[in-house]
Design a protein around this ligand. Structure first.
Ligand code: EPU
Length: 423
């Protein structure tokens, strides 16, 4: 358990660059299992989920090592790969699901115990399984684990996802690269991280068109080589720094991340009264802390390009002190707002009812002892603490380090009074 201590009331100044995106890096690490030559992923942040992925790759027989900021992988022959994903690694992160397709294709079978990750409500894997079954996989549920086998190669299919799941699109894109013939994925997720995976796979020799649109077409069975690849910058980390500036006031430049990757969030901050000045891949943000933020916001989190669900708790943290009530509705996850209890402990008046969070606004926040309920909820509590009077003790049972290499260090570098200690 780490405790992050934040004393609010300091404005933020300076510039900050988000690291490579967690939600790009994690599928890319799984995708390296399909490559017949060494790969290098450049600028990979030291996240707990990256460490878990490296442990998982090694557990199934692959070779992956960190070299400074990069991760280098070696190709693994099918006979050295094992399709048994250890329970502790599967349960440590949601992204263990990204190993289903590569291990099924390369090792011939895979057993995945229930994937872990943030508890945001039910997170079934039915679309992953339905797509793989349509490609010819035999799917069996064994208690809390899923077992997949294939007798011959997977077949290309024309498959419609019942909703644009990011994870299922990634699974089926990976499987389609190994399947015989053409796969058409309809109703696919369009998130930038899906495009990034397609970019990586194309650079390795895959033939993929339409990534970033709802219809992706893959010509399968191309031998994939290796590549040196730099993942996208983390748009959710960029939004986190922008939210921190909005809560605390000051002047901050977020560099190295195109504003269109978190455009909906920047638009929201502008509506609240934050000055936003985009300049290439830099966004300069400014806010006078003496002037209240504008509330009265109605936000709907949904799949790309809508307002991102991962930024919904961050938006809530910004709105707690705004001058009028606001409401946020999350279409994707049934329990996105577990952070509301922490906000309330800090003096906010807000109610989470299922997918809806209602925020009264006008709160005078004070420091409190709170606990990170999940990754983005934990980051949102840190953002709220920047605007609170007094000191907040944010206990983190390991969620925040799954997505930010050093959030307390990042905030302190911008001038926040913030430090982390074990225990
Ligand atoms: N869903 C199903 N069946 C499926 C797959 C998804 O019903 O087979 C439902 C989910 O239950 C959820 C909705 O579809 O209600 C959206 O889930 P999706 O599959 O799109 O999300 P994910 O792949 O589980 C990724 C990110 C999340 C991010 C979401 C939405 C990773 C590792 N995780 O999750 O990131 O919130 O997409 O953009 O890529 C985070 O970084 O903190 C995080 C939770």
């Amino acid at each position: 358990m780490q405790t992050i201590t934040i004393t609010g009331g300091q404005t933020l100044h300076g510039q900050i660059r988000p690291a490579g995106a967690k939600n790009s890096v994690l599928p890319l690490l799984a995708a390296t299992l399909l490559c017949g030559a060494p790969c290098r992923l450049c600028g990979v942040p030291r996240l707990a989920d990256v460490d878990t992925s490296l442990a998982l790759l090694r557990a199934v027989g692959a070779k992956a090592v960190r070299k400074g900021a990069d991760i280098c992988t070696q190709p693994a022959a099918p006979e050295v790969l094992c399709g048994e994903i250890p329970e502790a690694l599967a349960g440590a992160m949601r992204s263990s699901v990204f190993y289903l397709a590569p291990l099924l294709c390369r090792a011939g079978s895979v057993r995945l115990p229930l994937p872990g990750g943030c508890r945001l409500g039910p997170r079934p894997v039915d679309i992953h399984l339905a797509g793989l079954a349509a490609m010819g996989a035999q799917v069996e549920l064994e208690g809390e684990a899923v077992m997949l086998r294939r007798l011959g190669p997977l077949r290309g299919v024309d498959f419609t996802l019942r909703l644009p799941s990011v994870g299922a699109t990634i699974t089926l894109l990976l499987a389609a690269c190994c399947a015989q013939g053409t796969t058409v994925l309809r109703g696919a997720a369009c998130e930038p991280e899906v495009c990034d995976l397609a970019g990586f796979l194309r650079a390795c020799g895959a033939q993929i068109t339409g990534a970033g649109t709802p219809v992706i077409v893959v010509q399968g069975r191309r031998a994939l080589g290796g590549v040196s690849y730099t993942p996208l910058p983390d748009r959710i980390a960029a939004a986190t720094y922008a939210a921190a500036l909005a809560a605390a006031g000051g002047q901050v430049a977020v560099t190295g991340c195109l504003p269109q990757y978190y455009g909906a969030f920047l638009h929201f901050l502008q509506d609240c009264g934050v000055q936003i000045e985009p300049d290439g891949d830099t966004v300069r943000l400014a806010r006078d802390p003496a002037r209240p933020l504008r509330g009265g916001q109605q936000l709907f989190a949904n799949a790309w390009p809508a307002f991102a669900t991962d930024t919904a708790p961050l938006a809530a943290a910004v709105l707690l002190r705004a001058d009028a009530p606001s409401e946020i509705y999350d279409h994707l996850f049934a329990d996105r707002f577990a952070c509301a209890a922490g906000f309330a402990a800090m003096g906010a008046v807000c109610t989470a009812a299922g997918r809806r969070l209602t925020i009264a606004g006008g709160a005078r926040l004070h420091g409190a002892a709170v606990t990170a309920p999940d990754l983005r909820g934990g980051a949102a509590l840190a953002v709220a603490a920047l605007a609170a009077e007094g000191t907040t003790q944010l206990r983190d049972p390991g969620h925040i380090r799954r997505g930010y290499a050093d959030l307390p260090g990042d905030l302190a570098a911008l001038g926040a009074v913030c430090r982390a200690a074990a225990g």
